[in-house]
Write a protein that binds this ligand. Structure first.
Ligand SMILES: Nc1nc2c(c(=O)[nH]1)N[C@H]1C(S)=C(S)[C@@H](COP(=O)(O)OP(=O)(O)OC[C@H]3O[C@@H](n4cnc5c(N)ncnc54)[C@H](O)[C@@H]3O)O[C@H]1N2
Ligand code: MOO
Length: 415
């Protein structure tokens, strides 16, 4: 596109990018065994108290607290799963139950003493220690969750903890939002697929594989649709066929070069541009907009640029679209280990590693956005504000790990 770009400042671009997308409303009901990383579409209400009955947390003896220090007759042995008559109250004076972990505790016992804390244990009698605590080791019905309470809310991403809770409720199916559909494509005459022959002047398409695998890491499925040559007509036709997708993500062909046709091809397909150009390093030529119901995200061709920006910029948008309520990046605090410079006047995305509270910048922050290994050497980003020109050693910094949490509230991530 041969026109002058107006660079939007990064916070504004983030706001616009999030305003561009609306949460999906279609849902489906799937087995909990397949629900990991999906977004829940309905609040889940507790239907079975946790625990469902008073039960013992230890193998030992269920006693009345008032019998501390006494030798008691063992009335019966109660096992986990016993019910009815087997767990009915039946204590006489100086009586107790022998009980196993997880077994129902009859209502006439109020305290459990682990077997190893008791004395003179025989098949018939046991001596209870004097110093016991009322209610010890007794798990009370509903103490963790009561029927009717909300266990978790719509818009949460399902983790193994959610699945544990669902199964504990006897729920084997769960309603989730349908997965949004994402098309990924690359552009450029110089691009060859990794399985093709490439001359010295040609390069292998790593962007599409990079983006699709990062999307997968973040719980999204994307379809690879191919490489579009640097040709307006062919780009237009290619894009026309992608209008059924919720999102199209492209890399390359978005800057100011004579062969940068991507923006024009989308415009000629009815794109309404939200912005083109962001005051961020790297990622200045980023373009976003909507084409009918499809959100269009055009990232620059440099692999490092595409990868950091899909994480910083695009994943929050996709989470919003997917119905997630936690969409904003969160940071960890760390101590910076050595001085480095950043470019004043732009928001800088700096690669580094965070380990045990220490941040180490990658390659002294001297790497190009066409580099690939700098990304591999890093496990996090640090984002500066436009006024920052250096980050000092021992300075406390905010760092966003590549696998960081997302939150409902927007927080200030800038350094
Ligand atoms: N006059 C200006 N020139 C450039 C500007 C500018 O503002 N004014 N911006 C520069 C910046 S910043 C970036 S970033 C790049 C982005 O340009 P494009 O989005 O048009 O990307 P391309 O030129 O197509 O490619 C850039 C680079 O990346 C390689 N590439 C592209 N696709 C892939 C792929 N699928 N896998 C691996 N590598 C890929 C491509 O070969 C180029 O080396 O523009 C600057 N120029
Ligand atoms: O903004 Mo471009 O991504 O650096 O090189």
């Amino acid at each position: 596109m041969n026109q002058k770009m107006n660079f939007l400042d990064f916070p504004n671009a983030v706001q616009k990018s999030l305003e561009m997308v609306n949460p999906i409303s279609f849902t489906e009901i799937i087995p909990i065994s397949e629900a990991i990383n999906r977004t829940i579409a309905k609040d889940i209400v507790c239907v079975k108290n946790l625990p469902a009955f008073n039960n013992s947390a230890m193998d030992g003896f269920a006693v009345k607290f008032s019998d501390a220090g006494k030798t008691l007759n063992i009335n019966k042995v109660i096992y986990a799963g016993d019910k009815g008559e087997a767990v009915k109250e039946s204590l006489l004076d100086n009586g107790c139950y022998k009980i196993m972990t997880g077994a129902k505790v009859p209502n006439d016992a109020d305290t459990i003493i682990p077997i190893e804390n008791c004395f003179d244990v025989t098949n018939k009698t046991v001596r209870i220690p004097e110093d016991i605590k009322k209610g010890a080791n007794l798990r009370l019905k509903g103490e963790e969750q009561k029927e009717g309470s909300v266990l978790f809310q719509k818009g949460e991403r399902i983790t193994s903890s959610h699945i544990t809770l669902l199964a504990s409720q006897g729920l084997i199916m769960v309603e989730v939002y349908k997965k949004i559909t994402i098309a990924v494509l690359s552009t450029g005459n110089e691009i060859k697929e990794p399985w093709e022959e490439a001359d010295d002047e040609e390069i292998y398409n790593c962007n599409s594989y990079a983006l699709i695998s990062q999307l997968k890491e973040k719980g999204f499925d994307a379809t690879y649709t191919g490489v579009v040559p640097d040709n307006l007509e062919e780009s237009k036709q290619f894009i026309k066929n992608l209008k059924t997708y919720d999102v199209i993500i492209t890399t390359g062909g978005i800057s100011m070069g004579d062969a940068d046709f991507v923006g024009e091809a989308f415009l000629q397909n009815g794109l309404e541009t939200s912005f083109h150009g962001v005051n961020i390093k790297p990622g200045r030529p980023i373009m976003m907009g909507t084409m009918g119901k499809t959100s269009v995200i055009c990232l620059p061709g440099n692999p490092l640029t595409a990868m950091v920006n899909i994480y910083l910029f695009v994943i929050p948008m996709l989470r919003k679209l997917q119905g997630d309520t936690s969409i904003y990046h969160t940071f960890l605090k760390a101590v910076n280990s050595s001085d480095f410079k950043t470019k004043k006047g732009r928001v800088n995305v700096v690669l580094g590693t965070i380990l045990n509270g220490e941040f180490k910048v990658t390659r002294n922050n001297k790497y190009g956005s066409g580099m690939i290994t700098a990304l591999y050497e890093s496990n996090c980003i640090l984002v500066t504000n436009e006024n920052t020109q250096n980050i000092q050693s021992n300075q406390e910094v905010k760092v966003i790990p590549f696998d960081s949490q997302f939150d409902k509230n927007q927080t200030n991530i800038f350094n």
